[in-house]
Write a protein that binds this ligand. Sequence first.
Ligand code: ADP
Ligand code: ADP
Length: 220
Amino acid sequence: MISFSQVTKRYPGGHEALSGVNLAIEKGELVFLTGHSGAGKSTLLKLIAAIERPTSGVVSVSGQNVGRLPQRAIPYLRRNIGLIFQDHKLLFDRNVIENVVLPLDIAGFDHRESLKRARAVIDKVGLLKREKANPVSLSGGEQQRLCIARALVSRPALLLADEPTGNLDAGYAADIMTMFRDFHQVGTTLVIATHDDRAIMALGGRTLQLDHGKIGEVAA
Ligand code: ADP
Ligand code: ADP
């Protein structure tokens, strides 16, 4: 489903964030990305979602060369990808449930059905009591959970998460990891950047380690 062939990413004025990365992730795999801060984990996820483009090499997702996608094709790519990033991109002119239901409205689902589905996901992340609240009034951890609900509501085939449990209490972190496991069990492909060793051990899966932009596999 995802392949990197000799992928290098250099930011303007920076050194190489990724150097000659090769990898293949099959449909339905659960993959953890680990490595020190600045190792290139976020960059790798951003290349998959076409948030950044490679400096050289080929990033392919579902057979598409995403580094070469024209700008107008990117929304179609993203429609099948759930993104959980640290800059939450929440909409502060809408309340909690409106933030979660929006992806379903955009996809053209029946609004009443969408509200039901949104409420079920909001319940799972423990925000039902705050469904009418503005995201501004939520704590960092609550915003994180809202972001996770929004990414999961459309049941994407591919889920990319950058330190999804970084801000969360242990209880919520475990709940989120359980949700990820459920998605994995129904065939979703997940790539999760994390420092959370407990999560990795609990969920199993494959671990890729980045070190200064170079990739290695950690034996299970
Ligand atoms: P990680 O997610 O593992 O912490 P990143 O992918 O965020 O690593 O960063 C890899 C390297 O690229 C770091 O040296 C970081 O400072 C640099 N970097 C990340 N984003 C940018 C950017 N937008 N502009 C310049 N340098 C960046
Ligand atoms: P994260 O890994 O937390 O998602 P980012 O990918 O945004 O965060 O950034 C990772 C590192 O890259 C940080 O150290 C940040 O300071 C650096 N960085 C991000 N954007 C830029 C930028 N535009 N210019 C220089 N460094 C950047």
